[in-house]
Design a protein. Sequence first.
Length: 137
Amino acid sequence: MATPLRRSTLSLLALVGLLAAAPAMANGWEHGAIPFTALTDALKTGDDATRARAARSLGFRGQREAVPPLLAALARGDDSPQARSAYYLALGRLGDPRALPALAACLDGGEARRELRADCAGALGLVGDPAGLSALL
C-alpha cells in the first residue's frame, strides 16, 4: 500500500509530466502531413532528436496503430532520455491500455531518471484507465 507521501509525490510527478509536454503541444507541427509509415520508420533510424520528434507526432495524431512501434522503441532501451520521454508521452496521448504495463514498469524502477518517471506518471494520467491509475498510488 502506498504511503500518503508516495501518493503525493507521484501525483506531483504526473503534473510535471503533463507540463513538460505543453511546449511540444504548442508547436503545431504535429499534424498529419507526414505519412504514418515514415514516422514509425523514423523511430528505428535517425538520431535521438528525430526519433523524439517522430514519437511526439505519432502521439498527437492519435492513431493507436502507433502503440506497438512506440513500445518496440522503448524496449530497445538504447535511446536518449529525450527520445524515451517522447515515447512515454506519446503512449499517454494515444490513450491505449496496451501501454499500461510499460508505463507502470517505468514507475516501478524501470527508469532511473526522475524526469522520465515524471513523464510516465503524466502518461498514465493521460491514458485515464483505472488499472493504470492504480500504479500512481
